[in-house]
Design a protein around this ligand. Structure first.
Ligand code: NDP
Ligand SMILES: Nc1nc2c(ncn2[C@@H]2O[C@H](COP(=O)(O)O)[C@@H](O)[C@H]2O)c(=O)[nH]1
Length: 326
C-alpha cells in the first residue's frame, strides 16, 4: 500500500472554491439513499446506547435515516409492523447466526418486508455475510441490503457481487472500539483513506462508519466517496436516545458502550469494545440541525449547491495539524 495515500480525518483540509450561493440555507444537504430521500447523509449507529425504537421511528418520520439495532432480536417483527403502521420505512439489523435465517423466513412468510436490512457483523468480508446477503436478496429482492463492516476494496467488490445494495466501511475507528488494540487489525488511524480506496471500486453507495469527531468530518467523508455517514459517540448522549442521564463529577453524561463490549454481551468473551461516558447534549434534533447547517456551509465553501458537489473539491494533506490554530 502506498503510504502517501494513507490519511485520516484530522490530516485533511478541503480547499474552497468560488461560492455561488447567496445564503447557506440554499445548499441542499439531502441524499437519496435506497428507496428514500433523507435530510442529511447521517445515520445514528445501530448500537443499543445510541438508538431505540421510539427514536428510530421519530427519526424516520422526520425524514432522517435510521438503522435499528439487533440486540433485542425478539422485538424486530413487531417493530417492522409498528413502522409500517406509522407510514415509516422499516430499517432493521440482522446478524448471521442460524436463528437469523429463521427470522428472515418468518418475515417472508408474513410478508413483512423491511425497506432496509443491515447485516451487522464485525468482520463483514466473510463467507457468512455473503451467504446472508444472498439469502435475503433471494427471499426479499426489494429490501435494500447494507452489508458490513469492511475495510478494503476487495471486500466491497465481494459483497456487491453477492448482491449488497450498499457496503459499510470501518473496522476499528470507533470511539468505543478496541479491535485495533486486541487484534492488530483495522482502519483506525486511516479510516478516511480506507473510504477513499473502497470508493474507487464501489458501484453502489458506501457508508462511512466510525471515527467522526467533528461535523466537518461528514463533508470529508462525502468528498472521499461516502454517501452516508454512521455516527455513534457524537449522537449518543441525547435526550431522545436510550439510557439515563447521570452525574459524573458534576457533569451530566450518558453511558456509551461498544456492541462487542462485555456490557453488551453480558459476558467477557471475544470482547472488542469498551464503555465510556459521553457528555449529555440535550435534544438530538439540535445536533442534527447544527450538522445540517455545517454541511450546508461546507457545500458553499465547495462552490456548490448540493451535497455531491463536495466530491469535486481539491484537498491538502496537513498531517495532524488541523487543530494547530486552536
Ligand atoms: N465496526 C467495527 O470495528 C466492529 C464492530 N463490532 C460490532 O460488535 C457487534 C458484534 O459483532 P460480531 O462479533 O460480529 O457479532 P456476533 O457476536 O453476532 O457474531 C456474528 C457471528 O460471526 C462470528 N464471528 C464474529 N467475528 C468473527 C471473526 N472475526 N471471524 C469469524 N467469525 C466471526 C461469530 O462467531 P464467534 O463469536 O464464535 O466467533 C458469530 O457466529 C456488531 O454490532 C458489530 O458491528 C465489533 C467489532 C468491530
Ligand atoms: N471495534 C468495535 N467497534 C464498534 C463496537 N461497537 C460499535 N462499533 C463501531 O463503532 C461505530 C461508531 O463509531 P464512533 O466513532 O462514531 O463512536 C459503530 O457504528 C460501529 O461500527 C465495538 O464494540 N467494537
Amino acid at each position: 500500500m502506498n503510504q502517501n495515500s494513507i490519511f485520516d480525518y484530522e490530516d485533511i483540509q478541503l480547499i474552497p472554491k468560488k461560492g455561488v450561493l447567496n445564503s447557506r440555507k440554499d445548499a441542499d444537504a439531502s441524499i437519496q439513499f435506497g428507496p428514500e430521500r433523507f435530510k442529511l447523509p447521517v445515520v445514528p449507529a445501530n448500537m443499543q446506547t445510541v438508538i431505540d425504537e421510539d427514536l428510530a421511528l421519530d427519526l424516520g418520520q422526520k425524514h432522517y435515516f435510521y438503522v435499528m439495532h439487533r440486540f433485542e432480536p425478539e422485538r424486530r417483527l413487531d417493530f417492522i409492523k409498528r413502522a409500517h403502521a406509522n407510514d415509516v420505512f422499516a430499517s432493521i439489523s440482522v446478524g448471521v447466526k442460524p436463528g437469523e435465517y429463521q427470522f428472515i423466513d418468518i418475515l417472508k412468510e408474513q410478508n413483512l418486508i423491511p425497506e432496509y436490512i443491515t447485516i451487522d457483523i464485525a468482520h463483514g468480508y466473510s463467507d457468512s455475510t455473503i451467504a446472508m446477503i444472498k439469502y435475503i436478496k433471494q427471499l426479499m429482492p426489494t429490501a435494500f441490503v447494507i452489508a458490513g463492516n469492511v475495510a478494503t476494496p476487495d471486500a466491497v467488490m465481494a459483497l456487491e457481487a453477492a448482491g449488497a445494495d450498499a457496503t459499510k466501511v470501518g473496522i476499528g475507528p470507533g470511539k468505543a472500539c478496541i479491535t485495533k488494540l486486541k487484534t492488530g487489525f483495522g482502519t483506525g488511524g486511516w479510516q478516511l483513506a480506507a473510504i477513499n480506496q473502497c470508493a474507487q471500486v464501489a458501484t453502489k453507495p458506501i457508508i462511512a462508519d466510525g471515527g467522526i469527531r467533528h461535523h466537518g468530518d461528514i463533508a470529508k467523508s462525502i468528498r472521499f466517496g461516502a454517501s452516508m455517514v454512521m455516527i455513534g459517540s457524537m449522537l449518543a448522549g441525547h435526550q431522545e436516545g436510550p439510557g439515563e442521564v447521570i452525574d459524573l463529577d458534576g457533569a451530566p453524561v450518558k453511558a456509551y458502550f461498544g456492541s462487542a463490549s462485555q456490557f453488551q454481551k453480558g459476558t467477557y468473551q471475544n470482547v472488542e469494545g469498551k464503555k465510556l461516558f459521553v457528555p449529555y447534549r440535550g435534544s438530538i434534533y439540535n445536533t442534527l440541525n447544527e450538522m445540517q447547517e455545517d454541511l450546508q456551509s461546507s457545500i458553499s465553501y465547495a462552490g456548490g449547491k448540493k451535497l455531491m458537489d463536495l466530491r469535486d473539491v481539491d484537498y491538502v494533506i496537513v498531517r495532524n495539524s488541523i487543530l494547530n490554530g486552536d
